[in-house]
Design a protein around this ligand. Structure first.
Ligand code: ZN
Length: 469
């Protein structure tokens, strides 16, 4: 045991542990706002990984060369996303992580072969690397010391401030609030993609929908946009709230407290906690990092491979949610229903094209941020949605409120208007009485439930101005 300990904490392996310290400090720094998690546990995990890889390296390459082998295996792995970002950014290459994955693994194998073959004991290089990682770690400590403490913005939900009397004698309509993540507006599709979406829009109108063609959201991010909508608020504070705070607001908010008061049965078909109901699905490791362990390693090649495998089948999760909504729409309940669904379509990963054909596994990821892949999946999902909406109207005999709305637009356009486009959303309403006088073409997402409250609960309730400023 003592002998083992001596070998694996050997001087020639020291720089691999200093590399571990640097990685730990770097990742802690970029996850600083993610408070409340056990950072020590992650630190221990980082060193365990290095220790295990060192054992394998010593076994294959011998003690003198093991540190280099460990570094060749771990460095490109743990910093995969940073490497991909820098290469694609500075060489102006397309964002094709799967190519980088193959190239990096190829280089790793070559370097490992060189290390294996070389007669050099690499003593000087060991010293250089020790100094290098020490300097990087010190630089990281300097960054910690000089980080400006930003005071956390606190937001208190107004959830108990709506004191309207609810007439439970009359059955309130069921509400299907269906959010299509990142579905931009027909206007934007025309303007930036030169695509005419009027087939889809006209079909919705024919079914009795009101389509707001110049609608926007308050923010460009899923959680802040969702939280502000359920808080009936256009307050800019939503852009500054921490993710943890937004998660709490989405779970318990002004609208859910009103729905509970009105004795709605609430269904949660989203990746969030909502009304204390568990998420209906998880959007994979890479995006939906709930634990600090996932956050720490989210840039690594290992997670990239897991994510890629998950992504190949992700569209099935979305289709299952649509099926669940449909089955809810067929059930009969005494209480009114509120169905909140959040569907990751046309949001990436881009799994299928405009005709519903699946992309091959190697092509799918290539277009993750590409506006062409986005357009293909948008057109394909519009067809699925139209069929789905027809079924819901039929199952509910046209007596339910149906809102089909995006949380934000497409955020990766490759030019100056990318900022603007991120706020543009598809926004359509179906009211059983087809009376849409409270709606306007430029209705902002935060007015959604204000309109419903004014229409069904309290006529004196006010709408907010639809401008984002
Ligand atoms: Zn989103």
């Amino acid at each position: 045991m003592k002998k083992l300990f001596k070998i694996y904490f050997n001087k020639s392996l020291l720089f691999t542990y200093i590399f571990g310290i640097y990685f730990y400090l770097y990742s802690t720094y970029i996850n600083l706002d993610f408070a409340g998690y056990n950072f020590y546990l992650v630190g221990a995990f980082v060193f365990l990984i290095i220790f295990v890889v060192n054992i394998i390296s010593v076994y294959i390459f011998g003690l003198r060369k093991a540190g280099f082998a460990t570094l060749t295996i771990l460095l490109p792995n743990l910093f995969f996303r940073n490497i991909v970002y820098n290469i694609s950014h500075y060489l102006n290459l397309s964002n094709a992580p799967f190519c980088y994955f193959i190239i990096i693994v190829f280089f790793q194998i070559c370097i490992l072969l060189i290390i294996y073959k070389t007669k050099n004991e690499l003593k000087t290089s060991t010293r250089y690397l020790t100094v290098l990682f020490l300097c990087l770690s010190l630089f990281q400590i300097y960054k910690f010391a000089t980080v400006r403490k930003v005071k956390e913005v606190i937001y208190n939900s107004k959830k108990n401030s709506l004191d309207m009397t609810i007439n439970n004698g009359e059955k309130l309509p069921d509400i299907y609030f269906i959010v299509l993540d990142a579905h931009t507006s027909a206007n934007s599709l025309k303007q930036y993609w030169d695509y005419d979406e009027s087939g889809f829009i006209d079909s919705l109108k024919k079914l009795g929908f009101f389509v707001a063609d110049s609608s926007r959201s308050l923010t460009k991010a899923t959680r802040s946009s969702t939280a502000s909508t359920f808080e009936l608020s256009r307050d800019s504070v939503f852009m500054k709230l921490s993710e943890n705070n937004l998660i709490k607001i989405i779970n318990e908010n002004t609208v859910t407290s009103l729905l509970n008061k009105a004795e709605y049965t609430i269904y949660n078909l989203t990746p969030f906690y909502f009304n204390n109901i568990k998420p209906a699905y998880k959007f994979g490791w890479f995006y939906d990092q709930e634990t600090i362990l996932e956050k720490f390693f989210s840039a690594s090649m290992f997670i990239f491979v897991i994510k890629h495998i998950e992504d190949i089948n992700f569209y099935k999760t979305n289709l299952k949610i649509l099926e669940k909504i449909e089955s809810i729409s067929r059930t009969v309940k005494d209480n009114p229903k509120f169905v909140f669904a959040h569907i990751m379509l046309p949001h990436p990963p881009y799994n299928f094209d405009r005709d519903g054909n699946l992309f091959p596994w190697y092509r799918m990821y290539f277009s993750a941020y590409s506006s062409a892949g986005y357009l293909e999946q948008l057109i394909g999902s519009d067809k699925i949605y139209l069929e789905f909406i027809r079924k819901i109207i039929k199952n509910t005999s046209g007596k339910s409120i149906i809102i089909i709305q995006a949380d934000h637009g497409f955020r990766f356009l490759n030019n100056d208007i990318r900022g603007e486009e991120g706020y543009t959303i598809l926004n359509t309403f179906y009211f059983p009485d087809k009376d849409y006088k409270l709606l306007s073409n430029n209705i902002n997402r935060y007015n959604t439930f204000r309109v419903l409250i004014k229409k069904y609960f309290d006529k004196s309730f006010t709408l907010l101005s639809n401008s984002n400023n």
